[in-house]
Design a protein around this ligand. Structure first.
Ligand SMILES: Cc1cc2nc3c(=O)[nH]c(=O)nc-3n(C[C@H](O)[C@H](O)[C@H](O)COP(=O)(O)OP(=O)(O)OC[C@H]3O[C@@H](n4cnc5c(N)ncnc54)[C@H](O)[C@@H]3O)c2cc1C
Ligand code: FES
Length: 230
């Protein structure tokens, strides 16, 4: 579940979700015009840092829909975007229509034909990605793609942000049920609901270690820049 698109002119927020269990099944029973009580925006969105010259979006499955709004924001300020969308098969691919509507070149890859193989994707990106720190790689929906982004950052030099998923009981930082488990500067492990869901992913150049770090954006981002994972 994620904020998929925002249309300021119409005052519309688009949320895309997969029907998985009782809660999301209940969501399908709402009719157009019916009212729903929502709390938000909460947490931190992806942060399109000002010196970003190239944005690479790595999404898998329902996680792809957390990246589409970032693509739109980047295109609006003239940042070139490369999107790779990974899914089990062509019929489970999502988000490409919206990417294309924003003028983003999207490459769909699938498990069914082997094109989603991580080493193959790595080799392609390693060859084509600009070698500079001002490339931002945003990842959602796959630990393997995140690991690949880490390897790309080591070899090509790039910043990484990742949107993490957790079941959230309070969403407000009280219950600590959504802690990432990462060590941090304080005693607390970063919370996905409050410090994320989007985190900077910091890789060490000489080792395979990495860590999540709260991004630099304000803790309460504006509705138009909010994107979340679910
Ligand atoms: C420790 C703990 C205590 C909780 N206490 C309460 C409580 O007192 N009252 C209450 O109403 N709920 C509470 N919850 C949340 C509730 O358990 C979940 O919302 C519920 O289990 C989700 O199942 P579902 O059938 O509604 O959604 P599903 O349809 O099964 O969910 C499908 C998808 O929706 C998204 N999603 C659904 N719920 C959440 C969520 N909570 N956070 C993030 N993503 C979500 C996920 O992407 C998930 O994959 C608690 C959760 C935890 C971990
Ligand atoms: S969901 Fe309660 S602290 Fe994050």
């Amino acid at each position: 579940m994620a904020v998929y698109d925002v249309n300021l002119a119409d005052g519309l927020l688009h949320i895309l979700y997969g029907v998985v269990g009782a809660g999301t099944t209940q969501l399908t029973s709402f009719s157009p015009g019916e009212e729903m009580l929502c709390v938000g925006p909460l947490g931190r969105a992806f942060d399109l840092v000002p010196d970003t010259r190239h944005l690479v979006l790595l999404g898998r499955g329902i996680g792809i829909c957390s990246l589409t709004l970032l693509a739109k924001q980047a295109k609006l300020i003239g940042v070139p975007v490369t999107a790779i969308s990974s899914s089990r098969s062509p019929d489970s691919a999502i988000g490409s229509d919206l990417y294309r509507a924003h003028g983003v070149h999207v490459r769909e890859v699938y498990d069914s034909d082997g094109s989603s193989h991580v080493q193959r994707l790595y080799d392609d990106l390693e060859r084509t990605m600009p070698q500079e720190q001002s490339t931002l790689i945003a990842v959602c929906g796959s630990r393997r793609l995140l690991q690949m982004a880490g390897n790309l950052a080591r070899s090509r030099g790039a910043q990484i942000q990742v949107s993490l998923e957790a079941h959230m009981a309070c969403g407000l930082g009280y219950c600590h049920g959504c802690a990432t488990g990462e060590r941090s500067a304080t005693d607390e492990s970063p919370l996905i609901c409050q410090d994320g869901p989007a985190f900077s992913y910091v890789v060490q150049e000489t080792t395979t270690s990495s860590r999540f770090q709260a991004s630099v954006s304000p803790s309460r981002s504006s509705p138009q820049s909010r994107s979340a994972t679910g």
